[in-house]
Structure formats: structure tokens, C-alpha cells
Design a protein around this ligand. Structure first.
Ligand SMILES: [Zn+2]
Length: 344
């Protein structure tokens, strides 16, 4: 059982409410870094000093937040209206168990039963979902939950042979990978680890972290949708489970730095680490903000393929995860000023 992945995916940290993740990460890294602090927006930034061989400032980013919900009504009919934090498809929500607020009040997302629904209702995307906490009237809800409470999905980490199921691999897998990097040997340069907030709701954390760290180079570690189940037509931006970590070239927000893309591919080849190129198009990562921060930052994203992205239960390959950490480590260790120097 991968204890880091279990701990990091079972803690709740819906966008804007990442404190529990930050405190857990702080405890996981504090004995392995030279300095760490939380900034004004709630990012956790850590410095692992280098050996002094290189004067590069390198930032590695993973976001702490996960998709979830927020309460937006006071429960006048005994149930709670909600809004979504991050990209969530309503079709994935009915019947899911959630925890509300810091006291983790349990609830279930309810929908009209199939028995009472018309064919038309059953084929439509549900728009009348509510969180049911078992209260018959508003008075029973009072005091238990309030408008603006964050709502997290409940899911336990399970390993099934070569794969693992759980919530929030996006992007706690990236956070776990950075913890592993920080626990390793020093790099030739100062490495700043940015565990960032609010990626799912606009990437505010990564922007703030980039201005604070002012890196020469940044590497984003993400969990990337893998839509590789049998389908008739393969046209989506895509990766495959079990084919190794993926390297981004371009997505909807970023042209990743071609020198860094080449560098990461060469590191993979040199160390015989399997990898795939993420299909261009679709989506976006913190790279979009980091690239445009400060005086502009060369950036590349390395992703761990994850099935059933942005639902309460995703799936990853444990071999992909091992190779993801290996590739991030190898690419960082071989990074030099020459990698990002332009000759013309
Ligand atoms: Zn993500």
C-alpha cells in the first residue's frame, strides 16, 4: 500500500479550503527541507537548498486543491443547494456521499428516483440535485452546516493490483511526488517546492507562488485525464493508463517550453523511463499562469494519467506513478542553465 498516496488522497482540500492538506504536507516534508512557509493565499512553499553547483532557481509545482462543492442555501426545505468548485459534470454526482464543512457532516447527493422519472428526465443532465443530510426541516439543519461550507467527496484509497482507486489524485499525486523528491538527495540548485491552492478555480495559487519564488525554470506535476476506455472514435485530448507519465507539449492554456519538453523526453530515454506525449489540445495546468509570471518562466508539465478525472473516484496505475516520480527526479537532476539558454 502506498502510504503517501493514501494519506494525501483521503484528506479533504476542496478549492479555497486547503488547510488540512497544507498541514499534512508540512508534516510530511518538514524534516527534509531547509525552510518552509505558508503565504497569504495559503500556498505551502518549501526550499531545499542545492549543493551549490548551479545557480539556477527551480520551482516544482503541484496543486493541493481538489474539485468539490460549496453550500449555497440555508436548507429551507431540509436539503442544501450547492455550487460546484471546479469542472464537474452533474451526471457524476447523484448518489455520491459527501462531507460538509470542518465537522465533516455526512450527506448524500439526491435526485428523483428512476421509478418516478420520465424517459425525458432520465436522458437529461440532472439540474435539480440537492445534498440531503437527513433533516426534515430547516430547523434540523441549523447549526450543522452553513452557507459557504465546502463539501468534499468521500472516497477511500484502494489498491487493486497494478492500479489504485481514490479521489483527488488530481493533484495529490503531484503533491506526493514532490514529497518524494524533497526526501531525496539535494539537487545541484536550490529547489523551491510550491504546493499551490485554487488551481481548479482559476490557478491563483500558482501565480502568487511564481511571483514570490521568481524561478528561472518551473516544472508542473499534474494528474492528467486518461480517456482510454473502449470508444468508437478517439478524438479527445488523451493519455493512456500504464503507458508511463505524459509530457505536455501544448494544451488550451500553454505552449510548454520546447527546450524543456525536449529535455524531459531525453531524460526519459536516457534512463529508460517509459513516457507518452499527451495529445495536444484541451485542458490546462498551472503552467499557464507560471509561464506568464514575473519576467516569464520557461515551464513544462509532466502528468500522471488518471482515469475518471474530476469525479469522486479516479484510477491511476501505480507503475505510472513510480515512473512519474523517477522522470521528474531525473529531469530535474540533469537540468542546467544550458537547458534554457537561447543562443539567438
Ligand atoms: Zn489538476
Amino acid at each position: 500500500m502506498n502510504a503517501l498516496l493514501k494519506q494525501l488522497t483521503e484528506v479533504n482540500g476542496v478549492s479555497g479550503d486547503e488547510k488540512a492538506v497544507r498541514l499534512l504536507l508540512r508534516d510530511l516534508i518538514k524534516d527534509h527541507v531547509d525552510d518552509y512557509w505558508a503565504d497569504a493565499v495559503g500556498n505551502l512553499i518549501a526550499l531545499k537548498k542545492g549543493t551549490g553547483e548551479s545557480d539556477l532557481r527551480v520551482m516544482v509545482d503541484a496543486h493541493m486543491d481538489e474539485i468539490g462543492l460549496v453550500v449555497k442555501s440555508d436548507g429551507s426545505d431540509g436539503t442544501l443547494e450547492f455550487d460546484k468548485l471546479g469542472g464537474i459534470d452533474n451526471r457524476t454526482l447523484s448518489g455520491k456521499v459527501v462531507h460538509i464543512g470542518k465537522d465533516k457532516i455526512p450527506g448524500v447527493i439526491g435526485l428523483k428516483p428512476v421509478h418516478q422519472s420520465s424517459i425525458r428526465e432520465r436522458s437529461a443532465v440532472p439540474s435539480d440535485l440537492r445534498i440531503d443530510i437527513g433533516a426534515n426541516k430547516k430547523e434540523e439543519i441549523n447549526g450543522k452546516v452553513k452557507i459557504s461550507d465546502h463539501v468534499a467527496f468521500v472516497s477511500s484509497y484502494t489498491e487493486l493490483g497494478p492500479t489504485a482507486i481514490g479521489k483527488a489524485f488530481d493533484d495529490r499525486a503531484g503533491c506526493a511526488a514532490i514529497v518524494e523528491l524533497l526526501r531525496g538527495e539535494r539537487y545541484p540548485f536550490d529547489l523551491y517546492a510550491a504546493f499551490t491552492v485554487q488551481e481548479e478555480t482559476g490557478m491563483a495559487g500558482a501565480l502568487v507562488a511564481s511571483y514570490r519564488v521568481k524561478p528561472d525554470v518551473a516544472v508542473v506535476l499534474e494528474c492528467t485525464p486518461a480517456y482510454d476506455l473502449p470508444n468508437e472514435k478517439d478524438v479527445s485530448a488523451n493519455t493512456k493508463l500504464g503507458a508511463g507519465p505524459c509530457i505536455y507539449v501544448m494544451d488550451n492554456r500553454t505552449m510548454h517550453d520546447p527546450r524543456l519538453v525536449k529535455h524531459v523526453m531525453e531524460s526519459a530515454e536516457k534512463h529508460h523511463i517509459p513516457f507518452q506525449i499527451r495529445q495536444p489540445g484541451g485542458g490546462g495546468t498551472n503552467a499557464g499562469k507560471i509561464q506568464q509570471a514575473h519576467i516569464a518562466v520557461p515551464v513544462v508539465t509532466v502528468g500522471l494519467p488518471g482515469r475518471h478525472a474530476h469525479t469522486p473516484n479516479g484510477m491511476i496505475s501505480l507503475d505510472d506513478y513510480k515512473n512519474y516520480v523517477k522522470l521528474a527526479d531525473a529531469a530535474l537532476r540533469e537540468l542546467t542553465r544550458d537547458t534554457i539558454t537561447r543562443n539567438s
